[in-house]
Write a protein that binds this ligand. Structure first.
Ligand code: HEC
Ligand code: HEC
Ligand code: HEC
Ligand code: HEC
Length: 311
């Protein structure tokens, strides 16, 4: 974001709740990255206690993020319906994974479900890996904080580091430094599976650099049936050349309103209207190309989805 460009005013509440989501994500990465169980007895208790406190805190903050967001902008509820886009579903998946990682991990429950600690451990690590992926998709594609190449690279780098940290050697074995493959052996016979999931996760993170994948993650899980109001203020876009938006003025795709055409059943459309326009409109608003001196709304939904202003 260019610091000279005035940002659109948005409610403090929206920012606070969004930052809560980021805090939850950071806590999750920290849970992967911080050493957990040096089996040397005395320190182990402290590390494990800290791990549990961080885990429950992440869950609490994530629940607050998901529950409070609609209070800052009621339109957000459009993304709590089954027609939500994949990147928002990833957010709900992350929340579900956090529940799976915390609730059954409580001592009393854990001992009842898993006789062998290694089975619990392997499942816990695999869920942690999926959690990091879900968070990367949710935070990375929502793109409030991670738009543009440098920031995306930082976010993806942090997630990859957190995933790889899950493979760090543990245990008392003071034998020679363990290479990654044998370090994973602490997960017993599940080691290979854990290793594959983690490495596949690291590779999958690369998708966040691929524009087509990001567009696809904006698609709805289930087709929407109802339209949403949209206020597109033409007069606020005078600084932008007509054909930047009206590509159909020059490329002979046809005429008419962009939204009607993009919502139609034309076989040559490669993306749904919501995915196409969220990426396109917000793309310019988030990273306006140089001559632009202003920036349209980048947060909230009501800034675009409100009844048109009458003049
Ligand atoms: C920069 C403007 C902008 C912002 C901000 C924005 N949208 Fe949109 N949205 C659009 C446009 C343009 C479309 C495509 C036109 C359409 O389908 O109405 C769209 C389409 C949609 C659709 C599909 C509706 C339909 O009629 O098919 C949903 C659902 C949606 N947006 C939800 C949201 C939610 C939830 C937020 C906030 C998290 C949001 N939008 C923020 C511009 C925006
Ligand atoms: C930032 C993108 C953008 C720019 C720049 C832009 N338009 Fe548009 N234009 C739109 C959108 C979006 C709509 C559809 C609005 C709606 O359906 O509510 C539209 C609608 C229109 C329509 C009505 C089309 C119809 O059939 O409904 C005309 C005509 C039009 N624009 C002409 C222009 C001209 C001429 C320029 C340059 C001076 C221009 N626009 C610049 C985005 C843009
Ligand atoms: C008559 C139909 C039609 C109209 C009107 C139309 N489009 Fe498109 N648009 C298409 C088709 C077809 C494509 C190419 C297939 C695809 O990318 O989905 C496309 C592609 C796009 C793309 C992707 C371009 C790329 O290079 O990736 C954007 C962004 C876009 N349209 C925005 C708009 C906007 C904004 C308007 C109105 C201001 C508009 N379109 C008007 C049919 C239309
Ligand atoms: C190429 C850049 C660009 C594109 C593409 C673009 N916008 Fe904008 N938009 C701007 C700029 C710059 C402003 C700020 C104008 C101002 O403040 O004077 C703006 C302002 C707005 C505002 C007004 C906010 C306010 O202050 O009330 C809305 C709403 C909006 N855009 C919606 C959209 C929608 C919807 C689309 C997609 C159909 C879109 N924009 C596409 C650059 C763009």
């Amino acid at each position: 974001m260019n610091p000279d460009i005035p940002t659109h005013p948005v409610s403090l509440g929206w920012h606070a709740v969004q930052l809560g989501g980021v805090l939850a994500a950071v806590l999750c990465l920290a849970l992967c990255a911080l050493p957990l169980r040096p089996r040397a007895a005395s320190r182990a208790t402290l590390a494990l206690a800290r791990h549990k406190v961080l885990g429950w805190s992440a869950l609490a903050v994530a629940v607050a993020h998901a529950l409070l967001l609609p209070f800052t902008d009621a339109q957000v509820l459009e993304h709590y319906k089954p027609s939500l886009p994949w990147y928002e579903l990833a957010g709900f998946a992350a929340l579900a994974l956090l529940l799976v990682l915390t609730v059954p991990a409580a001592d009393a429950v854990r001992r009842r479900i898993w006789q062998r600690h290694r089975n619990f451990q392997a499942l816990h690590v695999i869920c942690a890996c999926l959690l990091v992926l879900a968070l990367a998709v949710h935070v990375g594609v929502t793109a409030h904080y991670t738009h543009g190449l440098p920031r995306t690279a930082v976010a993806v780098g942090l997630c990859a580091a957190a995933l790889l940290a899950l493979l760090r050697p543990r245990g008392t074995s003071r034998a020679a430094p363990a290479p990654a493959a044998s370090a994973a052996l602490v997960f017993g016979r599940h080691s290979r599976l854990v290793l594959v999931v983690i490495l596949a996760g690291v590779l999958a993170l690369g998708a966040l650099f691929v524009p087509r994948a990001v567009l696809a993650l904006h698609e709805s899980v289930l087709q929407r049936t109802t339209a949403l109001v949209l206020d597109f203020p033409h007069e606020k876009h005078r600084e932008v050349a007509c054909v930047t938006c009206h590509h159909n003025f020059t490329d002979r795709t046809g005429s008419g309103s962009c939204i009607a055409c993009h919502r139609s059943e034309r076989p040559d459309l490669q993306a749904g209207a919501e995915a196409r326009f969220h990426v396109f409109c917000l793309g310019c608003h988030r990273d306006p190309p140089p001559p632009l001196k202003h920036q349209g709304p980048v947060t909230g939904c009501g800034s675009c989805h409100s009844p048109p202003t009458q003049f």
